[in-house]
Design a protein around this ligand. Structure first.
Ligand SMILES: NC(=O)c1ccc[n+]([C@@H]2O[C@H](COP(=O)([O-])OP(=O)(O)OC[C@H]3O[C@@H](n4cnc5c(N)ncnc54)[C@H](OP(=O)(O)O)[C@@H]3O)[C@@H](O)[C@H]2O)c1
Length: 273
């Protein structure tokens, strides 16, 4: 599995997204993915499935040290005591003594960002999180966290796929040596069928979803975490690494509209800053 190095973190480029997988279904999906060679699992306090992920971690023959586990603290729990309680609950449900990456899931409209980041740093110093980062941070807010507050964050997890561009954020994150984890890399399944991607896929004897993922894998600082409950989807997403896109394919993908945002709740920040 290819990895990205950001600070002390080595992040496998393909991870299993688990949003909407619950209980036994989640455990089965995570166990299956680990058995197929996935070494990166993405969950969150808000997904209500850390227990399902934890059951898989307890049952898999894969060593904990070989698995990159990301979880996230919900935006209503960013005050120091609340974040500490959230971390304790996550670790208990996940049946592990540490996570590899702990993220602020969303910036909160009224948050005390320096205090939230200071708490993240303390959790890292205590060994509960090997690395820390953020999610859904637009460039200006990320810049504030890194340059004004000096937080040692290594990752920003944001929506990114062939129908949504992130040029400003990518340029800044590349300059700062951060990893960008692409969520909804298949635009929540929409990219399983898509006229332009289908044409590229047919040329290479692969699927549109695999083309969409390889476009992301080919970018140096980008990891992707497609949710895949079906065994066939999990295997197809691993096999996407073997796809070779040529210049014409990349140009056709670059020319697609870049304004499809799948996740945009009422508490989301202004994106284009
Ligand atoms: N940080 C955040 O705020 C945030 C927000 C949203 C999501 N996320 C994370 O990102 C992950 C991925 O996003 P997402 O779940 O919303 O959407 P997604 O990964 O873009 O799409 C998931 C859908 O694509 C299907 N799929 C997967 N692989 C496929 C393949 N090879 N061929 C055809 N269909 C395929 C899945 O079907 P099957 O499951 O039936 O195989 C599922 O219906 C989440 O699970 C979560 O971990 C984070």
């Amino acid at each position: 599995m290819q990895t990205i190095t950001a600070g002390a973190m080595r992040l496998p480029k393909l991870g299993l997204g688990t949003w909407r997988l619950r209980g036994e279904e989640c455990t089965t999906a995570v166990l299956g993915a680990l058995g197929r060679g996935y070494r990166h699992i993405d969950t969150a306090q808000m997904y209500g499935n850390e227990d399902g992920v934890g059951a898989a971690l307890a049952a898999t023959p894969v060593a904990r040290a070989d698995i990159h586990l990301t979880t996230k603290v919900w935006w209503e729990n960013l005050a120091p005591d609340a974040m500490r309680r959230a971390m304790d609950a996550s670790l208990k449900a996940l049946q592990t003594s540490y996570v590899d990456l702990y993220l602020i899931h969303w910036p909160a409209p009224d948050m005390d960002l320096p205090a939230a980041l200071a708490t993240l740093v303390r959790l890292k110093e205590e060994g509960l999180a090997r690395n820390i980062g953020v999610s859904n941070f637009p460039t200006a807010l990320l810049k504030r966290a890194i340059e004004e507050i000096g937080a040692p964050i290594v990752c920003n997890q944001v929506e990114y796929h062939v129908l949504l561009g992130q040029p400003k954020l990518l340029a800044y994150m590349r300059e700062k040596g951060l990893a960008l984890t692409a969520y909804c890399p298949l635009a929540q399944g929409r990219l399983a069928e898509h006229p332009e991607l289908d044409a590229i896929a047919a040329k290479h004897g692969v699927t549109a979803a695999q083309v969409a993922l390889k476009y992301l894998f080919d970018q140096d600082i980008v990891a992707a975490i497609p949710k895949a409950g079906r065994a066939s989807s999990q295997q197809a997403n691993l096999d996407a690494f073997a796809v070779t896109l040529d210049d014409a394919d990349r140009a056709a993908i670059a020319a697609l509209p870049k304004d499809v945002r799948c996740v945009n709740p009422g508490f989301a920040p202004a994106w284009d800053v």
